[in-house]
Design a protein around this ligand. Structure first.
Ligand code: DQA
Length: 169
């Protein structure tokens, strides 16, 4: 016998538009180069591969919608974060080098009030000292780093669970 949850998941699989929760996944500068950029540090998977997995099987498994965007421009990231409040329920962000420099990206995350999780492919704490400090992590629920592309999936999972719990579901 089908439960209410089974029926909801089946409806969502047929029509992803039914899914009420929507998460924005943002990647900052140079992350469009994944696959060829320092593969010893960042791996061989391209951003397109990662994003299609997040939008497809990962979003399907969680019963949510995922939209992915990448920009090399601080102002564009700030604009996207700033206008995300009405449309999205949460934010997964790898701010790239802006992690270590951008008060503007930090303030934008803080201003949205959306729950956010910071992701880094590499373990920034094992690398150069200037990468150890994150301006953005203090305004995020948490930071996941060093787990490669899996970090994005874990961040989505954690965010969805956080929003459900907060909404009392
Ligand atoms: C990065 C780590 C940053 O220090 C670096 O500037 C990046 C990628 C990561 O995903 O490991 O561009 O955010």
């Amino acid at each position: 016998m089908l439960t209410e949850v089974d029926v909801r998941l089946m409806c969502q699989a047929v029509n992803p538009g039914n899914r009420s929760m929507k998460i924005l996944v943002l990647n900052g500068p140079n992350l469009q180069l994944l696959g060829t950029r320092e593969p010893g540090i960042y791996g061989r998977e391209t951003l397109a591969d990662i994003e299609s997995r997040l939008r497809g099987p990962v979003a399907d498994g969680l019963g949510v919608r995922v939209e992915c965007r990448q920009s090399n421009h601080e102002g564009e990231l700030v604009d996207w974060i700033g206008s995300s409040g009405g449309e999205f329920d949460g934010l997964v962000i790898n701010p790239g080098a802006y992690t270590h420099t951008s008060v503007a990206v930090r303030d934008a995350i803080s201003a949205t009030g959306l729950p956010a999780i910071e992701v880094h492919l590499s373990n920034i704490h094992q690398r150069e000292e200037f990468r150890h400090h994150s301006y953005t992590a203090p305004v995020c629920l948490g930071q996941i780093c060093g787990l490669g592309p899996l970090g994005y999936e874990l961040a989505l999972q954690a965010l969805v669970r956080y929003v459900h719990t907060r909404n009392g579901k």
